[in-house]
Design a protein around this ligand. Sequence first.
Ligand SMILES: *Cc1c(COP(=O)(O)O)cnc(C)c1O
Length: 489
Amino acid sequence: MEPQQTKTPRTAASGAQPWTSHVLHRSLLKQPQTVASASGSYVTLGSGHRILDGCTGAGVAIIGHGNKDVQAAVMKQMSTVSYAHTLAFTTDSAEDLADMLLEGRPYGLCKAYFVCSGSEATDSALKLARQYHVENGQAGRTRLVARRQAYHGNTIGAMSVGSNLARKAPYEGALLLDNVTHVSPTYGYRGQPDGETEEAYAERLVDELDAELQSLGPETVMAFIAEPVGGATAGCITAPRGYFAGVRRVCDKHGVLLILDEVMCGGGRTGSYFAFAQEGDVGPDLVTLGKGLGGGYAPIAGVLAHERVVDVLRRGTGTFVHGHTYQAHPVSCAAALAVQKVLRRDDLVSQCAAKGAALEASLRSALGGRRHVGDVRGRGLFWALEFVQDRASKRPFAPAVRFATRVRDEAQALGLAVYPGTGTADGLSGDHVILAPPLNISGEDLALLVKLLEEAYGRVEREVEQAEQAEQAEQALAVWAARARGEDG
Ligand SMILES: *Cc1c(COP(=O)(O)O)cnc(C)c1O
């Protein structure tokens, strides 16, 4: 008989080291901690440490972890049809999911294209936009316009339209599209001077987009892509009133398609199913969904297309020249469908709006006035704190201080997960943490979230202050020593 292979559990306590893991982790130098179980708003590590999931990864687990209805739906799908290739077949779970999302043709959206990640959704939307123009007799439209401080994913197309500089730098000159230009984000904290009204700020940004399109030659641009509420790169930036309606008008004027990336902010996260629904008269031509769509239960994302885009393809070649082996995967679709049913049954989207107001109020009162909290911003259950060294000048910390990462580390030690981001201010410096708890988080846990975050922030604030004091003392000592030497010499 073969000897039974013994396997030591990979807990932090068992001393797992990065060089013994066969997984290429995000860091080659540090082994991440193992998650042993997760339920509701909590994650439990192999060490037994229990963590309140204040960010659900990156705003993913929208109905929390371990939901029994989703588990049952996945098991049922697994035992009925576990895979069907979309070249020849469809499945009830894919059809039902699309029916649910597009029931009543919301905003003229009429078709759903399901893929496995937000990045694939971005790339698929870009390709749909391009194919639309080609079939519409405007093959000269080859350029894309996006915004600075945006995140649209990590595949080559998505990375190219995004502007997370740190994630792009190594690929400059080799794996980035050169037909993309960027305009200003809706980043009021840094972009709207005192004295400029919200409407004037919106108008100025819309004019900037218009001018960019004019200078490129509007007949050369295929699409403008933007996140209605910005996610990972700048941290929950919202648009000034009237901005997106203005963007829609400018896009229409120039025949440019409007792609709204709701991979992070969509699916109910901001208190309405689509984040753009809170922006006035803005129907996108293409909108992407991702993180909250599958709620973490299965890898799934999607592109929803407006009928005017679909009609051009239908009357033209009749096919979208694209495809993936695992697109519209039946188990992923079943998981996402079950997540959508829980959202509706438990009325979680309108609850999100109410809980969000409570979260905003307690964040502002606990942290809004602190020395290094420059801005508190967001919508629904999607909030960010931007940290600065100096509130008056809004000067960010030097990246080496690692302020946001340290807040994350302290929070995790205290039993709270938050999502840190750097490069907030300009792509290189700046710090924020994002909060994106499950929409069904309890009021008690929401209060605990703010309390633990306040404590974690306080620890880092104290450390930074002590380091400053030590540095000042050292400088004073150096001046004194130099003076003393001067006197001696
Ligand atoms: C996360 C994200 C993506 C990329 O999704 P992945 O599933 O990580 O590929 C795209 N756009 C936005 C706005 C995102 O937040």
